[in-house]
Design a protein around this ligand. Sequence first.
Ligand code: SF4
Length: 180
Amino acid sequence: MEITTEIKTLATEAGFGASGYVLIDNLKFHQSVRDICAGNTCRNYGSSWACPPAIGTVAECMARVKQYGKMLLLSQAFEIEDSFDFDGMIEGMHEFKKTMDRFHLKINSILSDYLLLSNEGCGRCAVCTYPNEPCRSPQLLHHSLEGYGFIVSELAKEAGIRYNNGNNTVTYFGALLFNA
Ligand code: SF4
């Protein structure tokens, strides 16, 4: 089995509902997304090693991404009661992070050169060490996908997967960059 197919299979086994490859040359990095991060409506800006400014400038993120030859976009959808079901959204986010961790374990056995990006911030520890101490789990640190300046709906279109899975659902995204 080709490595690209094998990795998609591992993504499905980990729990992602959809995945699709994006051409690295087609990636767009938007400073405007980073500017939204700096507005800190998500309250992750400046509070985690997974988010800006800790992850570097958009240009530095772009240079990091372009070290890799392939990008697989990953998504998982969760049902919620309605668009005000914030508890359901948070529960889905926690489940998504578990899926990312399962996938991380799986790809670690077949890849040595890779980078994993995940929806929004980290949240692994009750209180992040940022900025006073190093990350407690750097080997499990997944940088924020949005923090790199990506418009996730653009990525989904490029990958050929759905950005929105319908009413009363929330969909979270991550990405694997790798050299095979
Ligand atoms: S693993 Fe812990 S210390 Fe590291 S970025 Fe996440 S919350 Fe912060």
